[in-house]
Design a binder for this molecule. Sequence first.
Ligand code: NDP
Length: 259
Amino acid sequence: MAELSVRSVLVTGANRGLGLGLVQHFLRMPKPPQWIFAGCRDPKGQRAQELQNLASKHPNIIIIPLEVANPASIKAAAAKVGEHLGGSGLNLLINNAGMVKSNTLDTETLEDMSEVYTTNTIGPLLMGQAFLPLLKKAAQGSPGSGLSCSRAAIINLSSQGGSISSLLTWEIAQAPSYRCSKAALNMLSKCQSLAYKEHGILCVALHPGWVQTDMGRSLGLPPPVTLDDSVSPAHVSHGASHIPFRFLLLPSSSTSSSP
Ligand code: NDP
């Protein structure tokens, strides 16, 4: 199986946590991407300082203002990325940005359900739509016909918390809005895989492990997985090998054409 080799990648929510870890991972690759687009909703804010410092040392990092709950921001980001890429396409879209609300089934609200669903599920849907032309271009411009991350792919950061058969940490956090948004993201990933397969675009949902980030720590117990371990390469199935994560491929995201 060939090593991952991408010319361009976009990571949403790249200013901290797993998003920033992924950007750092791409920089450490033997052959780093020519373009690492780092989506960030407040590029000048305090929480983007580390990303700004990294970008000042690595000219292949382009910080893109991107609020995934805002369709206008997504459209503007797609236009900006397209400008940088010139005539070439985007190989890898990583829908990483996400949020959690630590509600219980009793305290969950319409507002929180809507906000979390908008960010965690509708965001990746709109991102896929907006970046489809650039992903298609990458697939068309790559040699070979198989599906792979080196050619063109959408990676959705889901969670085992959204798995119906294997609920993670129910005793620690109910978080219905988060669980429902990730269960829906799993189905979205399946729909994307079925619809975009004919364009040569691989679509998968991945669980990163319970990781030491702000979100991971918000459960109140120390997460077992370090950031570096989570973003390290791993061999996974379904043609997604050499995705740069030690992530589990969620079953519902299979790229097979059966429903
Ligand atoms: P963090 O809370 O540490 O970071 C979340 C990132 O998403 C931040 O960069 C944040 O930006 C960004 N973000 C949130 N909302 C939006 C928005 N509307 N538009 C743009 N950016 C936004 O989370 P993690 O790094 O831990 O998680 C990353 C992904 O991995 C998430 O999708 C999460 O659900 C998933 N995951 C994480 C697990 C864990 O244990 N950590 C376990 C399972 C899944 P800002 O700084 O501006 O808030």
